[in-house]
Design a protein around this ligand. Sequence first.
Ligand SMILES: NC(=O)c1ccc[n+]([C@@H]2O[C@H](COP(=O)([O-])OP(=O)(O)OC[C@H]3O[C@@H](n4cnc5c(N)ncnc54)[C@H](O)[C@@H]3O)[C@@H](O)[C@H]2O)c1
Length: 373
Amino acid sequence: MSTQHLWLRCEKKEFERRSALTPTTAKKLIDAGFQISVERDEQRIFDDAEFEAVGCTLVDNNSWPNAPTDVPIIGLKDLPVSQDPLPHTHIQFAHCYKGQAGWSSVLARFYKGGGTLYDIEFLTDATGRRVTAFGYHAGFAGAAAGALSLAAQQSGKKLGPLDPYENETAMIKDIKNVFGGSANGVKVLVIGALGRCGSGAVDLFRKIGVAEDDILKWDMAETAKGGPFQEIMDVDIFVNCIYLSSSIPPFVMKDQIIAAGKARQLSVVVDVSCDTSNPFNPIPIYSINTTFPEPTVPLDLGCVSWVHDLPLLSVVSIDHLPSLLPREASEQFSNGLLPSLLQLPQRSTAQVWTDAEKLFKEKQRDAVVAEGL
Ligand SMILES: NC(=O)c1ccc[n+]([C@@H]2O[C@H](COP(=O)([O-])OP(=O)(O)OC[C@H]3O[C@@H](n4cnc5c(N)ncnc54)[C@H](O)[C@@H]3O)[C@@H](O)[C@H]2O)c1
């Protein structure tokens, strides 16, 4: 059997330090008989030398267009916008299956080049569950941003820009420091606590010293009674991590926050789910996504706020949270992808790849019509 060759491309999105393969997963693939080419990439959280040390071959940055066309190219984020035909097989997130802006021109590039797209968002197991996702570290990082925002607020300041942490240890140390050694005494509520993002948020709070009894963990059973929920007013940080799939009553409302008055304990809302523009958003108290340079937005309570001297409430609504912890997020994500990658040599029969290819072909047919090709 011939060796399966896989090519890790560089990422071109600004600030993207995560990677679809890590030195750990690349080594496991090499041990299984793969040949791995890795494009040199200064913005990747892993040094090129870490890949070289485990047996990968380093190649020039952004040289994948010249790779042999039978070598699959793996990356994370969408390729820069272009009309160039794509003759290779690409394994990546492409954000073009749900009618997103420019979806048909992305798929048209594959049609013109004869290439194939395996969109990682749609790699699923036999039960339909995604084989890998960044959720855990989204929740972990969201909870971290919430804790940092609370600490800043408690010392009368606004949270400044967030920079990706080198690793989890550095993040935990930084947060514990701003709380004077431990966040013991802080009270939090995580909704969607049984999911990927929710379990990450709960773990972060544990690791920074929040007492177990002060981490309220809610999921479907606890919200079945229907919101809005008074319990949200009575914690310091509320983190929303639900997967929104239908219309549900709001969890929290502006009127409720105003009615809670000066005694309100709630200081920070972190919306990890970030269904900001979804008409069913259960946190309808803000309307913008925040960013690493500007991680919080104050809740606008209008003149009521100063007339009644209401305490500040900050919202964190960053939609690319895992980038705050690129090393661990990449490791966990890539490890989840590994069993599927190991089946790449059997991609004409392995369920995860045949299903993804079937979906690609359906979407490509739609794009051909939409583009009039
Ligand atoms: N902000 C970011 O950077 C970022 C990154 C990754 C994922 N996300 C988003 O986070 C959300 C959650 O993703 P996930 O991978 O954790 O999903 P998941 O399916 O693993 O978990 C979702 C959880 O929400 C619970 N849930 C659903 N509806 C609920 C309700 N009405 N009340 C209480 N609990 C409810 C489910 O039971 C489940 O436990 C998704 O919308 C995803 O797009 C955001």
